[in-house]
Design a protein around this ligand. Structure first.
Ligand code: HEC
Ligand code: HEC
Length: 435
């Protein structure tokens, strides 16, 4: 009898203790060491793959932007960000909706369609293909142009491990609290490695991916021209000589995209400037950042789901090192219209591949995708002190410029910022410089 009574009491006590305790902090740092998900030797192997410079004989191109992931994700360490932007273009169709560009290559014998990305480099003309000119150039009719700067990937394993419900709850909470002035959009996107499954998008300036493996395959194809099991179709077959898919499993059974995803998942979150973070000025800055409402979108703390929770359509179980941890991204990973929109709707065929699109499109909301045209994901501010060019297009060159550009959903917050005393503004900026 005693035992039977004792079990629920004990279970309750354990639940109570577990739920009231503050979750442990995610490891931080720029030391190239693992967050504990794998050992350091494995992390170094994965980083070598991420840093590797690919050649035409590895499948690079035919159209591409750079030869390695590190080329754009490098400062201050592999996996972080850089000044490198990518170019996206398009135009509005008859009903005012965004349409992808049509880009003729090879003297107009082929038209590249179904993607907003314009690749800056090509592998031919070359000795092997002296007469084939495939460089993409923007036609005059494509009158929507934007740059998107490279993002940091450090700590993204923690972002991937946050539940969809957390983001849904956050969007509702901020909308209620602000009386519908600030209402982030949650966008469900395909999980490319789990055909038919969707999850809440959280990666990329437009929340175009939910899974780091999906993003790795997307980037390998669209930034480097390398096909994989998840993105098996080349953008063009002109000048192409390497067997498909270009990325095939090595002796350890893993393809490059698997190494990239594991590398990103095992990175530590960006560390704050420890010295600056302690100053009274930066502390006052955080108070003001909170008080005037920057924090509604630049959310301070998120917590990951417990270890062993299955995510990404059931294809990935959250490892112990990433489970039930708190981290401080200063972002909500939701889409907002802050008046900086670029008018581009992400292309399903580009990001998810033609084959995946044909399976999963039925589970997606096309109107939800279209409504993102002028929205951008809240830029997470962790590590912002290490970026020289700010906002999605890199067009803001000081923190103050970036703040003053916030209109739309953030207009009333920007007004509050402008009303601060100059010493208070300086404190808020000092706080940002400590992130
Ligand atoms: C030519 C530069 C370039 C190269 C090469 C590149 N990336 Fe990126 N990466 C970017 C840019 C730009 C973005 C933001 C793209 C967007 O949202 O439109 C980005 C975003 C990402 C993100 C989303 C991060 C976040 O927190 O939202 C991931 C993950 C990523 N890249 C992984 C990779 C991997 C893996 C490789 C190598 C296969 C790679 N990238 C190669 C430029 C590059
Ligand atoms: C309604 C949501 C919202 C509010 C409120 C908000 N922001 Fe932002 N913030 C964003 C979005 C969205 C972006 C990205 C915009 C873009 O790239 O075009 C951004 C970008 C930034 C950036 C640029 C970061 C980078 O890496 O490029 C800074 C700095 C910033 N915000 C600071 C602030 C400060 C300070 C406040 C308060 C005065 C504030 N924000 C209020 C949504 C918001």
């Amino acid at each position: 009898m005693k035992i039977f009574l004792g079990v629920p009491v004990l279970a309750f006590a354990v639940y109570f203790l577990a739920s009231s305790a503050t979750p442990p902090e995610a490891p931080i740092g720029f030391d190239n060491k693992t967050n504990g998900m794998v050992d350091d030797a494995t992390h170094a192997v994965d980083q070598d793959k991420f840093d590797e410079v690919e050649q035409v004989s590895d499948g690079l191109g035919p159209l591409y932007n750079a030869q390695s992931c590190r080329e754009c994700h490098q400062s201050p360490t592999s996996g972080a960000s850089s000044q490198v932007p990518e170019l996206r273009v398009g135009h509005r169709g008859p009903h005012g909706k965004f349409e992808n560009p049509e880009i003729p290559i090879a003297h107009g014998t082929e038209i590249i369609k179904g993607r907003s990305l314009v690749n800056d480099r090509a592998i031919c003309p070359s000795a092997a293909f002296p007469a084939t000119e495939i460089q993409e150039r923007v036609p005059d009719a494509e009158n929507i142009h934007t740059f998107r700067v490279s993002l940091s990937l450090l700590g993204d394993g923690f972002v991937e491990a946050v539940s969809d419900q957390t983001f849904v709850g956050l969007a509702k909470e901020q909308c209620d609290k602000s009386h519908h002035k600030i209402c982030g959009q949650v966008l469900y996107v395909p999980v490319v490695e789990a055909p038919g499954h969707t999850a809440v998008g959280r990666f990329g300036w437009k929340d175009q991916q939910a899974s780091l493996l999906s993003f790795a395959a997307d980037a390998y194809l669209n930034e480097m021209g390398i096909t994989s099991r998840l993105q098996p179709d080349e953008v063009t077959n002109l000048c192409n000589t390497v067997t498909e898919p270009n990325d095939r499993p090595g002796s350890d059974g893993l393809s490059d995209i698997d190494h990239f995803a594991r590398f990103i998942r095992a990175t530590k979150a960006p560390a704050r400037d420890a010295q600056l973070a302690q100053t009274p000025k930066a502390r006052q800055g955080l108070e003001l950042f909170t008080k005037i409402g920057c924090i509604e979108c630049h959310v301070e703390t998120l917590t990951t789901s417990p270890a062993n929770t299955n995510i990404n359509g059931g294809t990935f179980a959250i490892p112990t090192a990433l489970g039930a941890m708190q981290f401080h991204p200063y972002g909500d990973f939701l889409l907002h219209d802050v008046g900086t929109g670029d008018g581009v709707v992400q292309s399903m065929t580009e990001h998810y591949g033609k084959r995946m699109y044909s399976i999963t499109w039925k589970n997606l909301s096309i109107p939800a995708f279209e409504s993102t045209a002028n929205k951008i994901r809240t830029a997470p501010l962790w590590g912002v002190r290490l970026h020289s060019r700010l906002m999605h297009d890199g067009e803001s060159h000081t923190l103050l410029d970036a703040i003053l550009r916030h209109k739309g959903e953030a207009e009333h917050i920007t007004e509050k910022f402008e009303k601060l005393k100059s010493s208070e503004k300086e404190a808020l900026l000092e706080f940002l410089r400590s992130l």
